[in-house]
Design a protein around this ligand. Structure first.
Ligand SMILES: *Cc1c(COP(=O)(O)O)cnc(C)c1O
Length: 427
């Protein structure tokens, strides 16, 4: 594990060139790798030796960037995936299968909710959703004998709720299963969920990690702390021989620190092929090099915009855990002491019509289906992602018609506030 501080790992983690080698991570744009003998290559197929043979499974550029992300999260191993959706699917499907059950926070990204609630149900995997604010007893009651994983988001997109990671980790461990946390919004700069008991961390690297809206991607990181062998009956995929890999038992051969990611690569990447391209991994690495410099600015801008909005007479409510009156402020002080993220959501007085006028009036903040990059953008769910719903349905889903989600970029905060102010005047 890295002995450097986070900022140093952002810049230099994962890749240390030898004498005369490229300073920048080389983009190994090659599908395949050459070997002198079939025997040499055979050892790789049997997982007897480590090395590269086909970029669907592993690629040196992607591995270097994954190693950097593992260092940033304080994990033992990591892998890149083609998207955040693939990362969450892989993290879950690596340990749950038909007949198993997942406990998940209900306050999660819509795509992940659909993955668990619709697509994974079709695969015979059951799920129970609990409020992130539930009591320990309510959480406990969600478990079944066939529960195999617990899932939540450190800061949920778009609800901006903060997960009580220790509460969810304790419940998971009391039932002998791991906690998987999607840490996309805070990034390891804001929170390192392994410190609070999470076992597996996932990312949509599409967001702040890339940070420039350049490449879609994801990552899965293992803390190496979950003892699969101690719960061998629950996780046969890790603790009994894999006949598709010559009878290897992952938890024995690769130990607690390597089993999860090795199995995920050897089976799920082999069979589903959700690989990140080396070119995208290169862009992601450029973003990671400045992550520790960019995140404080996103947080500063988010805080300034949230404070301005909360004092404005045309604004009904502001959701941002950095505000002292926010219901998640106490949890944010514990888990996100250095700031949360740049995403702020707020409700305008006057509902849908007011939101439409406001959005039309913005000059600097662009209307986009995206969050968490260098340029400020915003979205009104009622007129875009949720436009098929009536005002009553929107209210029931916790997305009032006048709700605007604004992702504060890296611009000067006074220009962002001036832009918001003039757009509010038009209402
Ligand atoms: C965007 C997002 C995802 C999905 O990631 P993609 O890279 O778009 O597939 C998952 N989780 C969270 C918290 C997100 O914000």
């Amino acid at each position: 594990m890295s002995t450097y501080r986070l900022g140093t790992d952002c810049v230099q983690g994962g890749y240390t060139p030898g004498s005369g080698e490229p300073r920048q991570i080389p983009i190994i744009q090659s599908t395949t790798f050459k070997y002198a003998t079939s025997e040499d290559m055979g050892k790789l197929f049997d997982l007897e030796a480590s090395g590269y043979f086909y970029s669907r499974l592993q690629n040196p550029t992607c591995d270097a960037v994954a190693a950097k992300i593992a260092a940033l999260e304080g994990g033992t191993a990591a892998m890149l995936t083609s998207s955040g959706q693939a990362a969450n699917f892989f993290a879950l499907f690596n340990i749950v299968s038909c007949g198993d059950h997942i406990v998940s926070s209900s306050s999660i990204y819509g795509g992940t909710f659909n993955l668990i609630d619709v697509t994974m149900r079709k695969m015979g995997i059951e799920a129970t959703f609990v409020s992130p604010d539930c009591t320990a007893e309510e959480l406990d009651a969600a478990f079944r004998p066939n529960t195999r994983a617990v899932f939540g988001e450190t800061i949920a997109n778009p609800a901006l709720t903060v997960l009580d990671i220790e509460k969810f980790a304790k419940a998971a461990h009391d039932h002998g299963v791991p906690l998987i946390v999607d840490n996309t919004f805070p990034t390891p700069v804001g929170c390192r969920p392994f410190q609070w008991g999470a076992d597996i961390v996932t990312h949509s690297t599409t967001k702040y990690m890339d940070g420039h809206g350049a490449a879609v991607g994801g990552a899965v990181v293992d803390s190496g702390r979950f003892d699969w062998m101690a719960h061998a009956d629950k996780f046969p995929g890790l603790t009994t021989p894999d006949e598709s890999y010559h009878g290897i038992t992952y938890a024995e051969k690769f130990g607690q620190g390597g089993a999860f990611i090795t199995k995920c690569t050897a089976q799920l990447m082999r069979d589903f092929g959700c690989t990140q391209s080396p070119q995208s991994a290169f862009y992601l690495n450029l973003g990671l090099e400045s992550l520790h410099v960019r995140m404080p600015r996103h947080c500063e801008n988010g805080q300034a915009v949230a404070e301005f909005l909360s004092a404005h007479p045309k604004v009904e409510a502001v959701h941002y855990c950095g505000l002292p009156g926010d219901p998640y402020h106490a949890l944010a002080q514990k888990y996100l002491p250095n700031g949360s993220c740049g995403v702020v959501s707020f409700e305008l007085k006057g509902g849908r019509a007011a939101a439409e006028v406001f959005m039309k009036g913005l000059k600097l903040a662009a209307i986009e289906t995206h969050v968490a990059d260098a340029r400020t953008c915003c979205l009104n769910p009622a007129t875009s992602t949720h436009r098929q719903m009536t005002d009553a349905q929107l209210a029931a889903a916790g997305v009032p018609a006048g709700l605007v989600r604004m992702s504060c970029g890296l611009e000067d905060k006074q220009d962002l506030i001036d832009d918001i102010e003039q757009a509010l005047e038009a209402i």
